[in-house]
Design a binder for this molecule. Structure first.
Ligand code: PGA
Length: 251
């Protein structure tokens, strides 16, 4: 299976012009790299500018969505609007949204349902804080997030769609302190066992690693068995991001 490399630009860059330059530079750099799937998730306002006719390479993802389709919800963007625009993926439950915007597992569950209903592929982010890891609660926290975030999603025919879970230890995000391969592998094995039964047997959910990924450590996570990577800071530098994609594509 092709590794899936997702760029999360977060609230960057500051102008549409720079977004377009960054996107075009990445696009040129990945042109001849065949065996990876690449998704760029820019801020909402950049999406229309970066969309190209299907099959688009790279594909586009949003960084969040709202669960209602339309109506009086000031400031929100619905999953349906994103799908209508031509978006393929949506990142949900990112730790920054849980932390700064008080997202709860309940609202994340609603968003996942809305995404699945419109056939946007969700990238669900889960992860423990440093304190939780120190107390030995990592698996307990991940299990709780998964159970709540994925509650009753069976009713959706997920098996005809990709579902992605990104393990992003909160303490590794944007810190330059990635999760070591040994610890990451322990979590991957736990997730494989725990996530699969929540899905129809025809669906093999993809499991990504995210948190201070760079071109030097990218291949380690693929070698351990992760299906791909979620890249934040390093995806804002086209050269570095292209290197990450190249590393992940190596046999
Ligand atoms: P980072 O961010 O690569 O800058 O650590 C990852 C993420 O937040 O998805």
């Amino acid at each position: 299976m092709k590794p899936l490399i997702v760029a999360n630009w977060k609230m960057n860059p500051e102008t549409l012009k720079r977004a377009k330059l960054l996107f075009d530079s990445i696009k040129r750099g990945i042109k001849n790299i065949k065996n990876v799937e690449i998704v760029i998730s820019p801020p909402f306002i950049c999406l229309p500018l970066l969309l190209t006719p299907k099959p688009s390479i790279p594909k586009l993802g949003a960084q969040d969505c709202f669960w209602e389709e339309k109506g009086a919800f000031t400031g929100e963007i619905s999953a349906k609007m994103l799908k209508n625009l031509g978006c393929d993926y949506v990142i949900l439950g990112h730790s920054e949204r849980r932390r700064y915007f008080r997202e709860t597992d309940d609202t994340i569950n609603k968003k996942i349902r809305a995404a699945l209903k419109t056939r946007l592929k969700p990238i669900l982010c889960i992860g423990e804080t440093f304190e939780e890891r120190k107390k030995g609660k990592t698996f307990q926290v991940l299990r709780m997030q998964l159970e709540k975030d994925l509650k009753d999603i069976f009713q959706f025919k997920v098996y005809s769609l990709k579902f992605i879970v990104a393990y992003e230890p909160v303490w590794a995000i944007g810190t330059g302190n990635p999760c070591g391969p040994k610890e990451a592998k322990e979590v991957l094995l736990f997730l494989r066992k725990f996530v699969q039964p929540l899905f129809h047997s025809n669906t093999r959910p993809l499991i990504l690693y995210g948190g201070s990924v760079n071109s030097k450590n990218a291949k380690d996570y693929i070698d351990i068995g992760f299906d791909g990577l979620l890249v934040g800071g390093a995806s804002l530098n086209s050269e570095e991001f292209i290197k990450i994609v190249k590393e992940a594509s190596k046999d």
